[in-house]
Ligand binder design. Structure first.
Ligand SMILES: [Zn+2]
Length: 202
């Protein structure tokens, strides 16, 4: 996320279920307020599904851990969550407009439009619940006046989703410079076909 410019050194956060380690009830979360360029593997924090570290850890888990917990609780299919502050996604989150189906890979990767959540204060349970309300069964959402969240069946796909959200938000914002109706959505039959492809690939 940091190398791709999707977050600043201290912002955003990511997590995954430790399913490969044989325990669905544990998550690996990035630590709070620690720069990515100095982050080491053993500084990641193992937490339970209440967000509490399971052993004394040198770092505290991300202040946005509730967001991750809420998504894992509501979405058993999700194995990894990434929360970013990329610029164009943040612009769309400030404008407060859902990003409609604009290009073909959007539907096949994200599963529909990217909706904007209602505003909630960072780190709160309310933010977690509003984010899930905007996410639903899709793979990405925008957090109002804040940033984006992407999910996937592994950490790499969650990262790809966040990359695509940023690209789509950039396309959306640039297209809207040509007028409010210039960001014209895909034809309805293409949307239907691509939504079916998304469902078939789940
Ligand atoms: Zn954030």
């Amino acid at each position: 996320m940091y190398r791709r410019g999707l977050v600043g050194a201290y912002s955003g956060n990511t997590s995954l279920r430790l399913t490969d380690a044989g325990d669905d009830s544990l998550l690996l979360v990035t630590p709070t307020h620690h720069p990515y360029y100095r982050l080491k593997a053993d500084e990641l924090v193992v937490v339970n599904l209440e967000g509490e570290p399971v052993e004394p850890a040198p770092m505290r888990p991300s202040s946005e851990t509730r967001l991750h917990l809420e998504i894992y609780r509501r979405r058993p299919d999700v194995q990894a969550v990434a929360h970013t502050h990329s610029i164009h996604a943040s612009v769309a989150a400030v404008i407060g407009l859902d990003i409609p189906p604009l290009i073909d890979e959007m539907l096949m990767t994200i599963g529909g439009p990217i909706k904007v959540s209602k505003y909630a204060f960072p780190g709160t349970q309310e933010l977690a619940e509003q984010a899930y309300a905007a996410l639903g069964d899709r793979n990405a959402a925008l957090l109002r006046n804040h940033g984006a969240v992407g999910v996937g069946p592994d950490i790499w796909e969650a990262l790809e989703v966040c990359d695509l959200v940023e690209r789509l938000a950039k396309i959306f914002v640039l297209a809207r410079n040509f007028g409010p109706r210039a960001a014209s959505p895909l034809p309805e039959d293409a949307v239907a076909t691509e939504m079916q492809m998304f469902q078939d690939n789940r």
